[in-house]
Design a protein around this ligand. Structure first.
Ligand code: HDD
Length: 704
């Protein structure tokens, strides 16, 4: 095993040196030609107050380079962030696939993973309602394999020919360039309402999946059906699933909206900071493997990317883990220039005839040609395979390598016949039998659009269903066209009458007659699939990286505050002392505490929980501060744990926070409100923190 495949992933070789680490007095600033620069502060002028000379090649080179710093942003998935890591196989899967990452138990393959939003431009906010990209580049022993997926297991459309229409509909409108990073506008819903195949994906898109708490807390899916092929050439179908160890958790919509202002980089920062803190994000890879006979019996077409294979039909087999343990050294060189491609497969992985996947196989390479400026982008360090590349492709923009000798063709004798074809050892497409005439049409089962949308709806908890209703109401309220609003609801009737009624109610009209699909089919019936609810993946109970605000001011119980901070930090949580202003506060017991962040910047939505310690003088001070009261109210409204000790309880009263839920039972996320303190309260607080939110607290409209 090479050093590249063992332990923590290493920085790529051949990059520029780290400037600070290697700084020395003789390391002069140079031009791009390596000429030492004498003065980097002043341009060359004809006289002190005269015009700048055209001869100033130093300034011209610098400004010209600057003028060309931007490359086109990705046409979709422009906003994202990425990290290095590795994939580790649990076992030898060679009976199933000859793909190198699965060759042996414990085998590690380096990866680079980029997460993204879809619709927003490169500078848009992280927390927009949107699917999230989940793209994994495996640098395998047999070349690069890119699994370019999303955090949602289905897609809006069934055929790649409609992708430009979908994206033109969801991106800012072409006349006014608005709205940014939002599906809540007329063109998107117009397209969606006229395309019944979008219905299943819309259910996921309106669910909490589209506003994850963190990239680290969302699933990933290969979406399409792929093929696994073993060395004997036997193939099986396969769906890829990434399941986060930290559990699947989401923001509330109100939080997502506020975070867009408070910290537009919330998800990107979260990923970066977790890795810097050594809390390496981790996912388990699960496979759903099935054969042709099983596929033929399914009540949907496995080539239809708007359908899942329910886990009750084909269970998930865990096969390995993905660990992200190193942040990029340079955002542009790595995260921006990384070029994923749905066509990048390796021996052992093959495509299916899913018409969306077939179009993707073309599109990704094509887009890199304009985005990265030519056919040699695979030579950029982040895109280069970790195995030698030998072929007769030559020249082109930005050629980096210097192929030697006269021969650049095959077959050749002058080059000794090199490089040789690998034959059976190389990639050989699965010899699928193909027949039929050229048609522009879809298989029959593609025309059934609602059964799995209903399955998704039925598998959600009441709180998750409430959020879906609220999201539809929000989005459609932002749509000006009443006809479009009505058409969407007329489709939702086919999913669930209650859902349609609740959405129609919010929009102020009666439920319309249901709209038929393209070619209505008898809808198959499914039992509920519990794995479709995010609550089925609560995570490993860790509080590492979760952010807790410890409110402090003069008179706060200093000893308790320090103990709490230490206990949270010991478990990897980020505990910050939040005060009115930066500087020191005089805590009770003569302890001085340094405020980490002031209320001027500490937006409540950026914290997962808040703690209010006792201290009569302290609590009286807080109670006079409107911003503190709003902070606590918002933590409450966003269903987060609140730890109150001693006199802190009176602050909850002052903020108008009820101690019981709507059904009269005590609110278990108001820890300490029942008088519990010390270790018992701390344990309860940590348990609540690991659960993230008490959605049973939600009321509509909110009580405070
Ligand atoms: Fe795509 C980027 C995921 C359908 C065309 N796509 C892109 C990225 C992800 C996906 C995660 C960002 C990769 C990165 O981080 O750089 N795309 C999907 C999924 C799809 C899908 C899960 C459906 C199952 N995409 C799709 C279709 C087409 C494209 C049908 C075109 C026919 N996608 C592209 C693209 C992008 C891209 C235009 C933009 C930038 C890039 O490729 O490198 O080629």
């Amino acid at each position: 095993m090479s050093s590249k495949t063992t332990g923590k992933s290493k920085a790529p070789e051949g990059g520029a040196p780290d400037r600070a680490a290697e700084c020395a007095p003789d390391q002069f600033l140079t031009t791009d030609q390596g000429v030492p620069i004498g003065d980097n502060q002043n341009s060359l002028k004809a006289g002190l107050r005269g015009p700048t000379a055209l001869e100033d090649f130093i300034m011209r080179e610098k400004i010209t380079h600057f003028d060309h710093e931007r490359i086109p942003e990705r046409v979709v998935h422009a906003r994202g962030s990425a990290a290095h890591g590795y994939f580790e196989s649990y076992q030898d899967l060679s009976a199933l696939t000859r793909a190198a990452p699965f060759a042996a138990s414990g085998k590690r393959t380096p990866v680079f993973v980029r997460f993204s939003t879809v619709a927003g431009e490169r500078g848009s906010a992280d927390t927009a309602r949107d699917p999230r990209g989940f793209a994994v580049k495996f640098y395998t022993d047999e070349g690069n394999w890119d699994l370019v997926g999303n955090n949602i297991p289905v897609f809006f459309i069934q055929d790649a020919i409609k992708f430009p229409d979908l994206i033109h509909a969801v991106k800012p409108q072409q006349n006014d360039g608005m709205p940014q990073a939002a599906s809540a506008h007329d063109t998107f819903w117009d397209f969606a309402s006229l395309s019944p195949e979008t219905t299943h994906m819309l259910m996921w898109q309106m669910s909490d999946r589209a506003i994850p708490r963190s990239f680290r807390m969302m699933q990933g899916f290969g979406v399409h059906t792929f093929r696994l092929v073993n060395a004997a050439g036997e193939a099986r179908f396969c769906k890829f699933h990434w399941t986060p160890l930290a559990g699947t958790h989401s923001l509330l919509w109100d939080e997502a909206v506020k975070l867009a202002g408070a910290d537009a980089d919330f998800h990107r920062r979260d990923l970066w900071q977790a890795i810097e803190a050594g809390a390496f994000p981790e996912w388990e890879l699960g496979l759903q493997v099935f054969n042709d006979k099983q596929a033929a019996k399914m009540p949907f077409d496995i080539l239809d990317p708007t359908k899942i294979v329910p886990q009750e039909m084909v269970p998930l087999t865990p096969v390995g883990r993905l660990v992200l343990d190193r942040n990029p050294d340079n955002f542009f060189a790595e995260t921006e220039q990384v070029a994923y491609c749905a066509a990048h497969v390796v021996p052992g992985i093959d495509f299916s005839d899913d018409p969306l996947l077939q179009g993707r196989i073309f599109s990704y390479l094509d887009t890199q040609l304009s985005r990265l400026g030519g056919p040699n982008f695979h030579q950029l360090p982040i895109n280069a395979p970790h195995v030698p590349v030998r072929n007769d492709q030559r020249d082109g923009m930005h050629q980096q390598s210097v192929p030697r000798g006269a021969v650049a063709y095959d077959p050749n004798s002058l080059g000794g016949g090199c490089p040789f074809q690998a034959g059976a050892a190389g990639f050989n497409s699965f010899p699928e039998a193909v027949s039929g005439s050229f048609v522009r049409a879809k298989p029959q089962l593609f025309a059934e659009h609602y059964a799995q949308a209903t399955l998704f709806w039925n598998s959600q908890t009441p709180a998750e269903q409430r959020h879906i209703v609220a999201a539809f109401r929000f989005e459609l309220t932002k749509v000006d066209s009443v006809a479009v609003r009505q058409r969407v609801v007329a489709r939702l009737v086919n999913v669930d009458a209650g859902l349609a009624a609740a959405v129609a109610d919010g929009l102020g009209f009666a439920v319309p007659e249901p709209l038929p699909g393209d070619d209505p089919q008898p809808a198959p019936q499914y039992a509920v699939s519990p794995s479709l609810s995010q609550t089925s993946m609560p995570g490993n109970g860790s509080i590492a990286t979760l952010r807790v605000a410890l409110l402090v001011d003069d008179g706060v119980d200093g000893e308790l505050t320090e103990k709490l901070r230490a206990a949270l930090k010991a478990d990897g949580a980020v505990a910050q002392l939040v005060g009115r202003k930066l500087g020191l506060v005089e805590a009770a017991g003569g302890i001085e505490l340094a405020v980490d962040i002031s209320l001027d910047v500490a937006a409540p939505s950026t914290f997962d929980a808040v703690a209010i310690q006792g201290g009569a003088e302290f609590v009286a001070l807080l109670a006079r501060n409107g911003r503190v009261l709003e902070f606590v109210k918002e933590q409450y409204r966003h269903c987060k744990p609140i730890l109150v000790q001693g006199e802190g309880l009176s602050l909850l009263e002052k903020a108008g926070i009820p101690l019981n839920l709507a059904d009269g039972t005590p609110d278990s996320f108001l820890i300490g409100a029942d008088g519990s303190h010390g270790q018992a309260a701390l344990n309860a607080f940590k348990t609540a923190l690991a659960q993230h939110k008490l959605l049973a607290r939600e009321t509509d409209p909110p009580r405070v």
